[in-house]
Design a protein around this ligand. Structure first.
Ligand SMILES: [Zn+2]
Length: 356
């Protein structure tokens, strides 16, 4: 049985259109009223955009309603859906806590308010009825000032029970002359014992080789095998894993068709670079993680062997998976009924269980 680890999912893009629509209808009729009906909203919400920047604008719509009060509502539905429909055993959920604090507060007040957001997300993610191992990744943001990003890293270090890593998001074209600033922040994160990932080499504007050595995983990174394969040996030597999110590149105009990813997978496998397949924004795309895998398979981008290699890589590179093996190995042992395995039968005799 396949269970999945999701390493790259944004809280803002994780709300499926139906859940967001219901929330708007109940709580924000001013927003739902802008659309004739649900299909019109879904069409608007999930349609492809021309650029990454345009695509990221949609996040601001969801961020604006993910307030203190509403976060548990969205997270409960996210975890429930991930457990029931996606077979997730592990989930790293990422977001920028500053962007969930009330906008009318001053910058310092908003920085102060971030801790409560981390706690709310942490508590809401732990649901005994849907036992997924979850951790948060806090995202620095290319549009936020240095003091805020610095506070995000410090905050991440203060919550080891909830937070495993830091990321930088906001569009990889916008880091510009702030690369040194971000390398320092990543250095600080490592000193605090945090893991690191970052949105890099996603688009043709995202080549930032100076940042690369600070990352344990690379958010997207597809431009490395596509346009800078000469970097693959050093990526392999550092044991860095690419978080590849296939649907994103079609929604942001980065790629025209999914078959273009074949060279990404081929070159990475050849160079010994691991790939974890992820959704990025499963809600916004209306595409769940198992379908991302299946889609790559049906378009001949990967075969079953590669698919399984990517599934295992995801657990191996998970920042906080608490077991030494992926769940598939653990489950297989439990599910296989053999005459030597009495412990799982709860006292029912082998004659009943074994076909005669
Ligand atoms: Zn992302």
């Amino acid at each position: 049985m396949s269970l999945y680890a999701e390493l790259h999912r944004h809280l803002g893009g994780s709300v499926v259109p139906r859940v967001l629509w219901r929330y708007f209808e109940r709580n924000r009729p001013d927003l739902s009223g802008q659309f004739a009906d649900y299909p019109a909203f879904e069409q608007f919400y999930t349609r492809p955009r021309n650029t990454l920047a345009e695509y990221l604008e949609l996040h601001t719509l969801v961020e604006s309603v993910q307030t203190y009060e509403a976060l548990p509502y969205f997270i409960y539905r996210l975890i429930r859906g991930a457990y029931i429909f996606e077979n997730l055993a592990y989930l790293e959920l990422r977001y920028t806590p500053y962007l969930r604090t009330p906008e009318h507060l001053t910058q310092n007040q908003r920085i102060e308010a971030m801790a409560e957001i981390v706690e709310i997300v942490g508590r809401a993610s732990q649901q005994p009825e849907y036992p997924i191992v979850t951790k948060q990744i806090l995202c620095m943001h290319s549009r936020l000032p240095h003091e805020v990003n610095q506070a995000i890293v410090e905050l991440a270090g203060q919550y080891p029970e909830y937070v495993c890593a830091v990321d930088v998001a906001g569009g990889d074209a916008k880091y510009g002359d702030r690369i040194d600033e971000f390398t320092q922040l990543y250095q600080r994160a490592q000193d605090l014992g945090l893991k690191t990932t970052g949105h890099l080499y996603e688009t043709v504007d995202g080549d930032h080789p100076k940042l690369l050595p600070y990352l344990m995983r690379i958010g997207h990174g597809i431009q490395i095998p596509l346009r800078h394969p000469e970097l693959l040996p050093e990526v392999a030597a550092r044991g860095q894993c690419l978080e590849v999110c296939p649907t994103t590149y079609l929604k942001t105009g980065t790629l025209e068709e999914i078959s273009q990813l074949k060279v990404v997978f081929d070159r990475c496998f050849e160079a010994g670079v691991d790939i974890a397949i992820c959704t990025d924004n499963a809600g916004l795309h209306n595409v769940r993680l198992p379908f991302e895998y299946e889609n790559l398979l049906t378009h001949d981008v990967i075969g079953f062997e590669e698919l399984q290699a990517c599934q295992e890589a995801a657990f191996r590179h998970a920042f906080a998976w608490p077991h030494s093996q992926p769940p598939t190995t653990l489950l297989t042992d439990m599910l296989q009924v053999s005459p030597h395995n009495h412990s799982i039968n709860n006292g029912i005799s082998q004659e009943v269980l074994m076909p005669s």
